[in-house]
Unconditional design. Structure first.
Ligand SMILES: O=C(O)CCC(=O)C(=O)O
Ligand SMILES: [Fe+2]
Length: 401
């Protein structure tokens, strides 16, 4: 039997969830967002009332005209975002960015527990000592052996509906949200643009906007900053509890992506697109925002592929990955992944609305081919990491995105 050294996450095990995370204050407030949908086919918004996390409600409140029974201070990052214009924030980030590439140790004691040879024994111990329910034990066993697990029905439908309605309203808002961009939007007959700001979108006629919406495989990032519904899901306690149980320390949501259609994204590992240190301390979570049909280009994944070593040309990870790779290395990575996919069975995630698919940073996954382009594939993706593991700010450019 191989005995791995005791796992020491950033926070001590006493801080471990399997209980509600810190953000558990809920307030009831009425949500009545501004703007109305006038284009045929877009549902008219009805005001609704939901239990939503109270953090950052003021920022959202300004934008969504929330009425709350409770006042809470604005977070520092929200305050900075609302006071300093985006170009200035970008410039400040450039000036503060690191200039010298550092050497990142490839061998570190901080291998996540699930990548250690005794991972299943550790799970057994956690169960024996009362730290895991049977259900969680089952999910985490699947995580260890196959690099993913599925938690069914954990996000309430009404919460998803609120986020979807907010997302829908973006296309017809009266005022743009500063800092909100759409990626890969194709306007008219133009090629898809990497980024189109919300302000640019709203300059188009309603018909042009709708055409762009339905003809593009667009996505938007960090919608939780603009939508109370998205924010409630981003901070959803059960998602955080499960991601924390996987990482075995407190998991923090790092960013989000909303998709309306399939992504058709090539198979990849998230380690290749995120800068995570120590490696593999990342959990992807893909929330089905409608029942996913087989022809819409579902999320594809390759069970057990998470055991593959990191691509050899990413030899100073997390500095070297796809985001910083030159074209030759990027091409070699694509070939490497293509070769790997031949060794594993490909599966599709056909989740029901509210189901969540969690995956390991090294598990191959992507967007499968879209057989029927008229079908939507509404999803919300969140990536979790422990505090301090997202080292994006310590990476030196130039960057590919
Ligand atoms: O939703 C998809 O098709 C792929 C998403 C993905 O790869 C990711 O967010 O890491
Ligand atoms: Fe990914």
């Amino acid at each position: 039997m191989i005995v791995a050294p005791a796992f020491r996450p950033w926070s001590s095990l006493q801080e471990m969830p399997d209980r509600k995370p810190a953000n558990k204050t809920f307030s009831r407030f009425a949500l009545s967002a501004g703007g109305s949908s006038t284009v045929a086919g877009l549902p008219r918004r009805e005001p609704s009332t939901l239990a939503l996390p109270a953090n950052r409600w003021r920022v959202l409140g300004d934008r969504f005209r929330l009425t709350s029974d409770q006042s809470r201070p604005m977070s520092i990052s929200s305050l900075v975002r609302s006071v300093i214009p985006t170009p200035l924030r970008k410039r400040a980030r450039e000036l503060l960015a690191p200039r010298h590439i550092r050497h990142w140790p490839s061998k570190t004691a901080q291998v996540p527990w699930f990548d250690r040879p005794d991972a299943l024994e550790q799970l057994e111990n956690r169960r024996r000592t009362g730290g895991l329910s049977d259900k969680d034990y089952e999910l985490l066993t699947r995580w260890v052996t196959d690099g993913y697990c599925v938690a069914e029905g954990i996000i309430p439908e009404d919460l998803i509906n609120v986020m979807m309605r907010d997302l829908n309203d973006l296309w017809m808002n009266d005022q743009p949200f500063a800092g909100l961009d759409f990626c890969d939007l194709r306007i008219g007959n133009d090629a898809p643009k990497p980024k189109t700001s919300h302000a640019e979108l709203l300059k188009l006629t309603p018909t042009e906007r709708m055409q762009a919406r339905i003809q593009s495989n667009w996505r938007t990032h960090s919608f939780q900053k603009y939508s109370a519904g998205a924010n409630a899901i981003f901070n959803h306690p059960e998602m955080a509890r499960l991601a924390s149980s996987i990482l075995y320390c407190r998991a923090l949501p790092q960013g989000s992506i909303n998709f309306e259609y399939g992504s058709k994204q090539d198979a990849h590992q998230d380690t290749a697109v995120f800068h995570v240190f120590p490696a593999n301390h990342i959990v992807g979570a893909w929330i089905a925002c409608e029942d996913i049909s087989i022809d819409c280009g579902p999320l594809m994944f390759y069970p057990a592929s998470h055991r593959e070593p990191l691509f050899s040309k990413f030899n100073n990870y997390p500095q070297t990955n796809l985001r910083t790779a030159n074209p030759e290395v990027a091409r070699a990575y694509r070939e490497h992944v293509n070769d790997l996919t031949r060794n594993y069975e490909r599966r599709l995630f056909l989740g029901k609305k509210g189901d969540v698919f969690f995956w390991h940073g090294m598990m191959l996954h992507g967007g499968s081919e879209i057989k029927d382009p008229s079908l939507t594939r509404k999803s919300f993706v969140i990536h979790y990491m422990p505090k301090g593991a997202n080292v994006e700010g310590r990476i030196v450019g130039p960057f590919n995105w």
